[in-house]
Ligand binder design. Structure first.
Ligand SMILES: Cc1ncc(COP(=O)(O)O)c(C=O)c1O
Length: 466
């Protein structure tokens, strides 16, 4: 029998997350419970395309072919004693504010794709960024983040976390190791960066920042939204925690807002000595010591049992189901996004109306060498361009588009454009805009999966009207 099936003293969530790792082909799980219905591990050595289809949920004999939607907030028990036991040791789902079988299947899939020990879905990418940091920091702590990250995260770290008493120290992604190290103070609890920055499209030097973080006994968190695990798996380069806005490529169809936190299981909280919340009893959870009880999964279990329990920003089962549909085709879509975006980048490069094209896959892009290292199979479908004539020209170009739509969205199956300075990054000061690599003429083009000839024709006719 599979090890996880008889281990009655570990949490339901832990058991399902262990499933990613404890795959034993010859020992199928036989117990007929809802929990085990969903706990069908996928071979950890399977390729990404296979994991996208099979990790997290494999139907048992006669079971439904697709992940069932368990659209229930609650679960029924036949005795008060059982419920009391679950409060001590929640080894089965009991309330969908922090665990649900459909969400769990998707969490397992994403953990398997990123090469982590466990994952937790959230109701948005912002919630994933927030909880990933709050799981490590309290008032009085600080974090170090590169300045070229998504505008919403800049605001979250620079304004909202400040109100919580957490300071964010910004660093230039190209700064040398010594300069970055100087930003780390005794109360600094993590370093944060984005694999491919939205919308600056800088490529994050994961190995450099992992080395600096680990030299200071703190973890590295990487927002891998634009790359997805299909193009880059940050844990393989030394990141300890990976987050995503699943609203973007993972979903891909503009159907659900969501996020996910993946625990690489790589960081040694005990050795670090900087995280007493992990190594000392949690009074809010009957004295659990996360590192002692959960070992490599201490971070993700703490995030769920402490933060998700209290903040409750967990997605509905139906959202997880929709996200799963996107994940199933992610490898095919990422390949085509990259191909289409490269054709668009090359075409725009030739136009005398365009001041610059930023796409790390272009050989003359300043981040091309970094892209070759971290993203050898492509740098996603997002391109940033700067139109000659600044803000006014950018607006004329965007309003002239017929196929591509103006949307507060990116990484969609349909081509869409956005003017960051007046939309997503509107709240940033001129100085912050500059640090984030954004000027008034900058347009973010999210190249979709329409036929490339139609996409090029649309952009061409709009350029002619600038
Ligand atoms: C890189 C990145 N991280 C996080 C977020 C926030 O995600 P959400 O909009 O799902 O809250 C976004 C949103 O655009 C993003 O681009």
């Amino acid at each position: 029998m599979n090890k996880m099936c008889y281990n009655s003293i570990i949490f339901f969530i832990i058991k399902t997350q262990l499933a990613v790792h404890d795959f034993e082909q010859s020992c199928p799980c036989t117990a007929d419970t809802l929990e085990e219905f969903f706990m069908q591990p996928c071979n950890p050595n399977a390729k990404l395309e296979t994991k996208c289809l099979h990790a997290g949920y494999t139907p048992k004999n006669g079971g439904p072919g697709t992940v069932p939607i368990v659209q229930s907030t609650t679960y029924r028990f036949d005795s008060t004693e059982k419920v009391a036991e679950l409060f001590d040791m929640p080894m089965e789902p009991m309330y969908s504010r922090f665990a649900n079988p459909t969400c769990d299947a998707v969490e397992q899939k994403i953990a398997a794709l990123e090469g982590g020990v466990g994952a937790m879905l959230t109701s948005s990418g912002q919630a994933a960024s927030l909880l990933s940091v709050l799981n490590l920091c309290s008032a009085g702590d600080s974090i170090v983040s590169v300045s070229t990250i998504y505008g919403g995260t800049v605001n979250l770290f620079g304004v909202t976390l400040k109100r919580f008493g957490i300071e964010c120290i910004w660093v230039d992604p190209l700064a040398d190791e010594e300069t970055i190290s100087q930003a780390i103070k005794p109360n600094t609890k993590l370093i944060f960066g984005e694999t491919i920055a939205n919308p600056a499209l800088t490529v994050f030097d994961i190995e450099k920042f992992a080395k600096i973080a680990h030299a200071h006994q703190i973890p590295l968190i990487v927002d891998n939204t634009f790359a997805t695990p299909i193009l880059c798996r940050p844990i393989e380069f030394g990141a300890d925690i990976v987050i995503h806005s699943t609203t973007k490529y993972m979903d891909g169809h503009a159907l659900q807002c969501g996020g996910v936190i993946v625990d690489g299981g790589t960081f040694d909280w005990e050795k670090s000595g900087k995280f007493p919340d992990f190594t000392e009893p949690d009074e809010s959870y009957h004295g659990v010591v996360y590192t002692r009880e959960f070992g490599k999964m201490a971070y993700i279990i703490k995030a769920r049992m402490q933060l998700m329990r209290d903040f409750g920003c967990y997605p509905a089962a139906h959202s997880a189901f929709l996200l799963n549909l996107g994940l199933e085709t992610l490898p095919v879509r990422m390949k085509q996004y990259c191909e289409n975006a490269m054709a668009v980048a090359k075409m725009l490069k030739q136009s005398d109306k365009i001041a610059s094209v930023t796409y790390p896959n272009l050989p003359d892009d300043p981040y091309h060498e970094m892209a070759k290292k971290y993203l050898p199979n492509g740098t996603c479908g997002v391109i940033s361009i700067s139109i000659k004539g600044g803000r006014e020209a950018a607006v004329r170009f965007m309003d002239a588009l017929q196929l591509a739509s103006i949307e507060v969205h990116v990484a969609d199956i349909r081509t869409c454009v956005l003017h960051p300075a007046s939309a997503t990054h509107r709240q940033l000061t001129e100085e912050q805009l500059k640090a984030a690599g954004i000027d008034g003429g900058l347009i973010r083009i999210s190249v979709g999966l329409e036929n490339i000839e139609d996409i090029l024709a649309d952009l061409q006719q709009a350029l002619e009207r600038v």
